[in-house]
Write a protein that binds this ligand. Structure first.
Ligand SMILES: [Cu+2]
Length: 124
């Protein structure tokens, strides 16, 4: 007799579910919001290499460097710029003032491939 009530409830429940999917869940993957004018430079280390051989950045732009390890325990240091990042200290704000080429190297004794674990930061 009241079958239409059931289907109305089911319809409302489905609509609510869709609403939750559409509005609630996609919040999570949001990238963290950077202050205006700041750019993100992600550096990911795995066993004995960085995710890129060369990182290109613009001189005079403020960057937030975000370091993470995808495999093993590594660090990322740019000696000339006073940058030393690792799991305990994964972010640093840096403005690359002078165009040039800087060497990025692993700063934690991570094993056999440690000495060759290098990449280049190119500031232009
Ligand atoms: Cu290392």
């Amino acid at each position: 007799m009241y079958k239409w009530i059931m289907s109305a409830i089911v319809t409302v429940a489905c609509a609510f579910g869709v609403y939750l999917l559409a509005s609630g869940l996609p919040e999570k993957p949001h990238e963290e919001v950077l202050p205006e004018g700041q750019e993100l430079l992600k550096i990911t280390a795995s066993n004995f290499e960085f995710d890129q051989k060369e990182y290109h950045v613009k001189a005079g732009t403020k960057y937030r460097i975000k370091f993470s390890n995808s495999l093993g325990k590594h660090g990322a240091a740019i000696k000339d710029l006073g940058i030393d990042l690792n799991e305990n200290n994964p972010t640093q704000e840096v403005t690359f003032d002078k165009p040039g080429t800087y060497e990025l190297h692993c700063s934690i004794m991570c094993g056999q491939g440690h000495a060759g674990m290098k990449a280049t930061i190119i500031v232009s």
